[in-house]
Write a protein that binds this ligand. Sequence first.
Ligand SMILES: Cc1cc2nc3c(=O)[nH]c(=O)nc-3n(C[C@H](O)[C@H](O)[C@H](O)COP(=O)(O)O)c2cc1C
Length: 201
Amino acid sequence: MKKILSSILMGLTLLTGFNAKAERIDMTNKKILVVYFSKTGEQYSVGNITEGNTAVIAKMIAEQTKADLFEIKLKNDTYPTAYKALTEVALTEKKANARPEIAGNVANFADYDVIFIGTPNWWADMPMALYTFIEANDWSGKTIIPFVTHEGSGLSSIPGKIKSATGANVAEGLAVYGHIAQNDRKQAKVDVVNWLKKLGF
Ligand SMILES: Cc1cc2nc3c(=O)[nH]c(=O)nc-3n(C[C@H](O)[C@H](O)[C@H](O)COP(=O)(O)O)c2cc1C
């Protein structure tokens, strides 16, 4: 049984090409940023929301770690507010490997040592705007900590994709169900705090 499990795990690691270690990060004198993308409107299993699921978690992390917060927004946000229509547009963008233009960038990006990247899981990947953001910045010497909200797929291979796109050191990520982030903030906060403790915060 153990053998089967370890083969499955190895297979997963090969598939994603990446296996983040749950290692503690030295936070002494580190400048921390939380960057996130999140969508309001109709979302799976939570109905119409005015604050996105990932935004909820991003704000919790920023509060706990006393980090600065930056929301990645589209320059021209033409995404549908209806969930099903949005999934179709997102899939088209993913297939086209699109780079939607984003509105602005972090002013003093070079100053940050530790950067949390928060994203919804869209088709087992990040919204393409995250790639636009990643490619607009220099990640050398940075430590990235990913977090993902989802409705069943967890982190997918998002940490590995972040690693490939940035070349930076990527720490163990957190996956939170979107409906837990939205409707059970107490539980979400427990999950966030426990994960942050493991990372050394
Ligand atoms: C375009 C789109 C694609 C999605 N694809 C997945 C998926 O592949 N796996 C999954 O678990 N959830 C998927 N979801 C659900 C979202 O990951 C989930 O609702 C998330 O919490 C939304 O975060 P947000 O409110 O911050 O945008 C998808 C949602 C959308 C809108």
